[in-house]
Write a protein that binds this ligand. Structure first.
Ligand code: HEC
Length: 614
């Protein structure tokens, strides 16, 4: 009897991510449920002031650095858009580095990390490819095409893997894609099923697109990662915004399954149920972060969602209804829609909960989440769909970056009451990690790493890291000793303008500081524009022939402006758009003498000149 109860308890605890061997950080959000709670307690509220860097890995590819580090045994796996790195999780010694030299690129270069299963890593690669790598060597085991990157379909998410399957969906809602999420056979890369996040025809929800023809460019990307309940075999997917952004009248109806969590049978991809946070959205209020599965004190199974609309939702898995929604940013004009004159709304399109979502401490039943408090003015007006370009209808007008601040909130997981909140000088888009040591680790875009007292929200330790923290903050054990690692340095200027900055690096911290300072390991630089490839070489020749005369041999400027200045457009989509549709003083070079492909390779080359800024 006792044995049975104990075994059942152990199975339950294991299912909820609390197994005895809680030492590593084996997935983007630690467990499939995505609670991010670590049972490690060597580092505590009493001794955390002694935490300091022991080593740093300087990644060598500048640009977006938003990876969620994954630590298995003594090895940590990190990604950038073009590289995958395996390093010793306590010393930063590099075991291997895989560089994708395909020369392919994405509309926005960003990668959020790997999934680990049975000695293999799974990740998205530029050009909308999914790959499996040998975790021990970095050797590519298989690689499959997933989407059409020339139409704006790409893979920014960290996939998740479970029971012989790998799950990943397309990003790119803002380019007017029709989103979908897929299940793959982990052994071979064969697609087992796909679920369209924008239903059409006889699919359930198709009737929520009232204007015919709008669903096929309806958006619904998936951006960060996913959650899965192994006991129920259910996959939880956060779906992003509808397209065109900012023009809800152009796509009347609720626009399912945008801004919704969809719950699928993980083996078949069949839809079980869904919950929509924002219907017929005009403000780009995605569900962009992974859902988080938890249980309340009275045994109620819930899914927590952090939305870009500035709320955290707790949805009952029994009734499929929100039990609470708690605001975690300024909320303004949420019931309006963009107009020709412009409507100011809060949060703005870069506000609320971004790509790292809610965490949960099962010992105190507290939800923790970071947020971005930044408003914006939204305008609607004339625009057209153009393949592979932003499908915005029409415009977002940023407010000064000084007005953007961040929060860390602690909410009671059952009823949603605010337990405390902590204000940061710049937005919080990093992962938040509660521990059994009484701490909450996170960071902000000002580059501060924080260890907060998880009960009061008081900052016990602040370490300036010198670069915007925009990826994972994790904790794990190596050789019986607890470490904390944070990403630092994110120059995804397109996402957070001049708040982002710093050289991409991974910092590992422990309680005893090394006497001669942290060990620095430096990887050879990789070109952010898609590496040295045939395409870039062709782009270079075209640039010299058609552009250098006005913009300088290295893009430094001449009669035309500098293309490497911080004010120059730098996202692929923006450079392409400018060449194809230039302002007055720049000549028309498209479609003649430069065709589509030639404009693309020239734009790729321009990006390589801007290597310090992506
Ligand atoms: C005859 C001179 C000339 C040529 C040739 C030329 N440009 Fe330009 N370009 C300009 C000028 C002038 C501007 C500024 C336009 C304005 O703001 O009105 C400009 C602006 C730009 C911008 C936007 C810069 C910013 O800060 O907003 C980009 C990008 C650009 N050019 C890329 C190119 C590329 C790539 C080529 C070659 C395929 C090219 N240009 C060829 C003159 C030229």
């Amino acid at each position: 009897m006792h044995g049975v109860i104990l075994a059942t308890l152990a199975a339950l605890l294991a299912a909820w991510g609390c197994s005895g061997a809680d030492t590593g950080w084996p997935a983007y959000n630690k467990t499939l449920h995505g609670q991010r709670f670590s049972a490690l307690a060597q580092i505590t509220t009493a001794n955390v002031s002694g935490l300091s860097p022991v080593c740093e890995l300087i990644i060598g590819e500048d640009g977006a650095f938003q990876t969620g580090p994954v630590a298995v045994g003594d090895t940590m796996f990190l990604t950038t858009p073009h590289t995958t790195v395996a390093m010793h999780a306590a010393t930063c010694q590099v075991f291997w580095r895989h560089i994708d030299t395909s020369g392919k690129y994405d509309p926005t270069s960003v990668n959020r990390g790997v999934a680990y299963l049975g000695g293999r890593l799974f990740r998205g690669l530029p050009g909308s490819r999914l790959a499996a790598l040998q975790a021990s060597s970095g050797r590519v085991v298989w690689e499959v095409p997933v989407g059409d990157f020339s139409a704006g379909e790409f893979l920014s998410s960290a996939p998740i893997a479970w029971d012989g399957m790998v799950y990943i969906g397309l990003a790119g809602g803002d380019w007017g894609i029709r989103g979908r999420i897929m299940g793959y056979d982990a052994a071979t890369g064969r697609e087992v099923w796909r679920f369209n996040t924008i239903p059409m025809g006889l699919e359930r929800g198709a009737e929520t697109w009232h204007i015919s023809g709008t669903a096929e460019r309806g958006g619904g990307g998936t951006w960060s990662s996913y959650a899965l309940d192994p006991a129920a075999g259910e996959l939880f997917v956060s779906v992003g915004n509808p397209a065109p952004d900012f023009d809800p009248d152009a796509r009347l109806g609720d626009n399912l399954f945008t801004n919704s969590v969809v719950v699928l049978d993980a083996k078949s991809g069949n839809l079980k149920w869904w919950f929509q946070a924002t219907a017929n959205d005009g403000f780009d209020w995605d569900l962009a972060a992974a859902p988080m599965l938890y249980r309340t004190g009275d045994g109620d199974d819930r899914v927590a969602l952090g939305s870009k609309n500035g709320y955290v939702y707790s949805v009952s898995r029994a009734t499929h209804k929100a039990v609470f929604k708690t605001p975690i940013t300024t909320i303004l004009n949420a019931d309006q829609r963009p107009t020709r004159e412009g409507v100011r709304a809060c949060p703005g399109a870069l506000g609320g909960v971004e790509w790292n979502g809610p965490a949960f401490d099962p010992t105190t039943r507290t939800i923790y989440v970071g947020s971005v408090d930044w408003c914006m003015t939204f305008k609607t007006g004339g625009y057209e769909y153009a393949r592979g370009q932003w499908y915005f209808g029409t415009q977002m007008i940023y407010e000064p970056t000084d007005s953007a601040v961040g929060w860390v909130y602690a909410l009671d997981g059952t009823e949603g009451r605010v337990r405390w909140r902590f204000r940061t000088p710049k937005p919080v888009v990093a992962g938040v990690t509660p521990t059994a040591g009484g701490l909450l680790f996170t960071g902000d875009l000002a580059g501060n790493f924080y260890a907060l007292d998880k009960r009061s929200g008081k900052a016990l330790l602040t370490i300036p890291t010198g670069g915007a923290i925009a990826g994972g903050v994790v904790t794990y054990l190596v050789g019986g000793k607890q470490y904390v690692a944070t990403t630092s340095g994110n120059t995804s200027r397109g996402t957070f303008r001049n708040m982002a900055g710093g050289t991409a690096k991974l910092i590992v911290m422990a309680l005893e500081a090394p006497p001669r300072g942290p060990r620095r390991v430096r990887l050879a630089p990789v070109n952010a524009g898609g590496l040295v490839s045939k395409q870039v070489e062709e782009g270079k020749q075209l640039f010299e022939r058609y552009c250098a005369g006005c913009h300088g041999a290295q893009g430094e400027g001449g009669s035309g402006p500098s293309l490497i200045a911080s004010s120059a457009p730098h996202e692929m989509a923006a450079i392409l758009a400018f060449i194809k549709n230039p302002r007055q003083l720049m000549p028309d070079l498209y479609p003649d003498p430069l065709n589509d492909r030639q404009v693309s390779v020239t734009a790729m080359y321009v990006r390589t000149l801007q290597r310090w800024k992506h």
